[in-house]
Write a protein that binds this ligand. Sequence first.
Ligand code: ATP
Ligand code: MG
Length: 762
Amino acid sequence: MKDYLLELNRPQQEAVKTTEGPVMVIAGAGSGKTRVLTYRIAWLLSQGISPFNILALTFTNKAAREMKERIAQLVGIEKARNLWMGTFHSIFARILRVEAEKLGFHRNFTIYDTDDSKRLIKAIVKEQNLDDKVYSAGSVLARISNAKNNLIGPGDYNDDFEIQNADYQARKPKLGLLYNLYQQRLQKALAMDFDDLLFNTNLLLRDFPETLYRYQNKFTHILVDEYQDTNYSQYLIVKRLAANNENICVVGDDAQSIYSFRGANIANILNFKQDYPDCKVFKLEQNYRSSQTIVDAANNIIVNNKDQIFKKVWTENAVGDKILVYKAKSEVDEAAWISKRIQKLSSEMDIPYSNFAILYRTNAQSRALEEALRRMGIAYRIFGGISFYQRKEVKDVLAYFRLVINHQDEDSFRRIINFPTRGIGDTTISKLEAVATEMNISLWDAALRAPQLGLGLNHGTLRRIEEFTTMIKGFSALLFKYNAFDLGERIVMQSGIRKVLFEDGTPEGLQRRESVEELLVGLQSFVLSVGVETTEREFLTLDQFMEDISLLTDADIKKEELEKNPYVTLMTIHSAKGLEFLFVFVAGMEENLFPSSMALGSRAELEEERRLFYVAITRAMKQAALTWSESRFRYGQLNFCESSRFISEIEDQYLQRVDELVKIPNKFSSSGAKFAKPFNHPNAESANSQLPKPHVSQVDDGEYSILNLSQLALKMRVKHQRFGEGTITNLSGKGADAKAEILFDGDGKKQIMLKFARLRLL
Ligand code: ATP
Ligand code: MG
């Protein structure tokens, strides 16, 4: 076996070989902390420690997998396989399955995800006849989560005078009661929520000394990555497990602590020395990841934070390229510039898309980016958040659109009949389903005929069903009278979706609201993108939008293809922690977005935003690009933006400002947003007339029709109503799933669902 320790520098080697007693590695980004953990595990294994005795806690399961693979390369797959390695939640869920009965749980306990938890809270709030605006599920859950992560159970919560007083002051005196009931119900359902996994582990280790002792002896060596982002509950688990032999190694960077909003406590790293007075601290100063320019710029940024452990970071890497700063006109322009640049770099340097990442502050920003990438045929993958059109709230809205267009759409009917909640319960829906099946009619028809069908539904329920169908019919009547955006917005408002979203003040709630607003922005730029309008209709309507969307959503980038074909990574900065890419784009570098407007109130919060920026920029190996837009739609309004203060914290010598490094020849360079009207405008046509020139592939008067597979062949030239002329490069699927891949002359490659596309043979 070759000596892999030679692949480490001196302090790294020492940190790896100091296997007895507490060790802390505190060092800046890209200095090899994770590498130290990896090699340390390999080293322990080579010293004869059994993999079953090693517990390694990583921040994501992906990180754990990658580390395992690397260790397998160093010491062989057999040993690597048996390591206890994963996130806190996954590791301790595994342990709790074994120990559950001690805590009064069955070993097959269910794990509730955030959605399940919220549904439960909502039900309890309702049962208690409390105002669900005051006690919104999101805010109640956040409060409970916070308590759990500080190991305050329902009993302590209700006994604590200060907590009670705080809730009273906040006019939410029933929070303690709700916590109590929530926990009882979880217990009854034999379920644990995410926070319970940690909470109960702590109970287990606290109340069952012999169990604690067993695990202390089992995990003779404990390692924790990203230690700066552990919360109190996690901290205590580690502390308890390590108490006996103290072979604990934590690595972290206080400058990358970015999860305090979820209870992460930077003090854990700062107090490590107090907890373990004889700990050895190693500092790593050499950065191996990034160019000199990136390292220097990152240093520029982080010195602005007062709360930090001073660290020197330097690199022997080349000076490298300057950091690009692109000022866009709109988010559409921003996305187009990024996509073009990725394509250009990828082809000029002949490197796959896997070397590129686009990072952003909030998930809602991904829509414009996704759309630009799709239009250019660039494969991408969203990590962390779910792909925009897969998000629940977006799917809910799209279900309304679908049902408005097609009343027989069962799936959409089911999805929204009681969303937002309108008092049509599961029993009623089951009755409708049963009768629909029995009579072989659609759910919609069953709903329409409900009063005559003798379903035993009470008066109120029948009325609510009728209100629902009447509302949908009302929207349908406007299908060709309103443009897509105006109708879409009306649906979002009148269905009550917007109201529900506005009432949820949690960060997740805000994000959902942003997603729906983003969808409306999408509708708006769709309406505006075509400029002076089409043949038979005066303007683009909702059904045409849905056709366009089905083009985009229909997995044009399939999973298997993704596996084979490298993709661009899209993620929030939060989930990019620990990762690295040759090229990194940070989008939305604007005041109030990044730093977030919610963080401007205190220095502590602003410093956390700054650490987030530090994380973002230090992901780049070769070059970083920062983009910002002069205008951006947020919460349904066009905002004029200023560039982020963080850009100006980087010395000018490291920056290169570009107006237009890559030309953006297609229609999407002219932004919808720029010409947008304010929301609630009665009609979009006036805005349309301001568009500078008609859409490039404007519809002409020729005949278009929906073609089927048998009419098409490879290499055939066709014209699409919106995308213009192109060549068929592939045909696949059957019947309703039939698709054509067309290389459009102006628009690049696209997957077209034949059942929706209006084409003409040339
Ligand atoms: P972050 O703070 O972002 O999590 P980190 O400190 O964990 O960063 P690593 O990801 O371990 O840093 O290392 C950054 C890069 O530098 C990786 O590609 C790693 O393989 C490489 N690297 C680290 N140490 C060395 C070394 N001694 N020789 C060569 N490459 C190294
Ligand atoms: Mg790391």
